[in-house]
Structures are given as C-alpha cells and as structure tokens.
Design a protein around this ligand. Structure first.
Ligand code: GLN
Length: 247
C-alpha cells in the first residue's frame, strides 16, 4: 500500500488548543491499519517544499499575531499550494489557517492580512475584542456521505463571509459568523473549519474521510479502510452531544 505523505505547515506558530493533535490522530489511525504515514514539517525559513508531492497539507489555527508573522512566508508558498490544490492534494485547515486561504483576514485593529485568495470568502473581526465566538460547537455534516454530528471548540473573532459550500450546519455554537447556521468550508479535497478540539480525536469519521481520500488518490484499485474500534471516541462524543443538544 502507498505511504500517505502529509505536510504540516507552521506547526511552531499555528497550534491553538492542540491542533497538532490532529496529525497524531491521522498517524495513529493509519498505523492501526498498517498504512505508513509520513509527516513533514514546514515553517518560516524552511526550504521551499514541493507541495504537489504531498497527499495532504495541514495548517492549524493561531492568534492574530502569529497570523501576521507567517503571512509573508505563506504568500511566498502561494503558487506551490495553488498548484497542489488544483492537482487534488487535500487541504485541511483550522481557524487561522482557514481564514488565510480566503481573500483576506481583517483583524480587530483593522490590519488586513492578505490571504492566498484560493477561495472567495473573506474574514473580518469586529473592532471590539470582547465580541468573540467562544465555546463548544456542534455541526452536522454530510461530507462522508452520511450524517455526522461533529463536536469541537471554537474561539475566533473573525467573521467569515461569502462561504459557498460550508463544512456543516451549526446545531450548537456560532460557526462562520456569530450565530450563523453554516460552519467552515468544504470541497472534495478541502476541509476548512473553526473547530479546534482537536477535531479529529473527537470525530473519527472525519479522519477516515481524509485517510480514505489520500490512500485512494492516484491509485487504480480503490482501497477500503478497515474498521477500527471507535467505541470510546463515540461514547465521549455522545456525552457532549447529550449535554449540548438535549438540555
Ligand atoms: N486570530 C483569528 C481570530 O480570532 C483566528 C483565531 C484562531 O485560530 N482560533 O479570528
């Protein structure tokens, strides 16, 4: 079976609420199935990688300051990331990483951080720093082809607008904007979301969607993932869903 190759960008700067845990989960769920998973890191001053040689590119979330720090470097990577995305490399983006793939992120002070403009959405934070979307969140998504209620945690000032194809429908919490009904951005090879959590430790179906995408990319005979024992993960999630939705 092929090795899944992942590029984790700016792990040293964009890693709010344990976003790096998502990489550990992908690695773990591959290993449990005998699939090899290689995770390379890229950050400011690293040698420019061949983005197209990866199956998945991951960027986590960060505060405004970190987003400003990495902004110029990320723009240098633009052509490589656009090419990779057009060739079908999966983009997995959390919060600050999600915002920077859109047109721009305007922070609470009015500073505009340019995004890569890969997608049409843009994000604006209200001038009052007290107006943030903070707390547990539940969204209902159909990305796997089945209905999955996904739990996570959000903390963002940014209000993301003009999202054409959201990741899910908000059942509890805020989502792309304060009290909005839509959360995140989705395409066949993109999951962009405000959900920290880390997202994948709480929602195994989302991990497997990405692993399945990566393992089947560029192969002629499609591979079915073996089923893992997710009772613990699902029981934990049920506690959160009961607490948040049935009160
Ligand atoms: N700094 C951004 C905001 O507040 C992103 C925060 C995050 O990644 N959690 O909207």
């Amino acid at each position: 079976m092929k090795t899944i190759k992942i590029l984790h960008m700016y792990a040293d700067m964009l890693d709010l609420y344990g976003d790096s845990g998502n990489m550990e989960i992908l690695n773990y769920r591959c290993r449990m199935r005998g699939i090899e998973c290689r995770i390379d890191k890229y950050s400011i001053d690293s040698e420019m990688p061949d983005f197209s040689s990866y199956d998945l590119i991951y960027i986590g979330g960060g505060a405004d300051l970190e987003q400003q720090h990495i902004s110029a470097d990320l723009l240098k990577c633009r052509d490589g990331i656009v090419k990779a995305y057009n060739e079908g490399v999966f983009l997995f983006l959390i919060c600050g990483g999600y915002q920077l793939m859109g047109r721009y992120y305007r922070d609470a002070d009015g500073n505009e951080i340019p995004g890569l403009g890969l997608f049409d959405y843009f994000t604006i934070a209200p001038s009052s720093r007290k107006m943030r979307c903070i707390g547990n969140i539940v969204i209902r998504t159909m990305v796997t082809g089945e209905t999955v209620d996904v739990v996570g945690f959000e903390n963002h000032g940014g209000q993301t607008q003009e999202v054409k194809t959201p990741f899910g429908e908000v059942l509890y919490g805020n989502g792309n904007c304060s009290k909005s009904s839509a959360e995140g951005y989705f395409e066949k090879n993109v999951i962009a979301t405000y959900l920290h959590g880390p997202l994948l430790s709480k929602n195994p179906e989302i991990s497997d969607y990405m692993i399945s995408y990566c393992i089947n990319r560029g192969v002629t005979k499609s591979v079915e993932l073996s089923v893992l024992d997710d009772r613990l993960e699902k029981d934990c999630r049920k506690v959160m869903l009961d607490r948040l939705l049935n009160k």
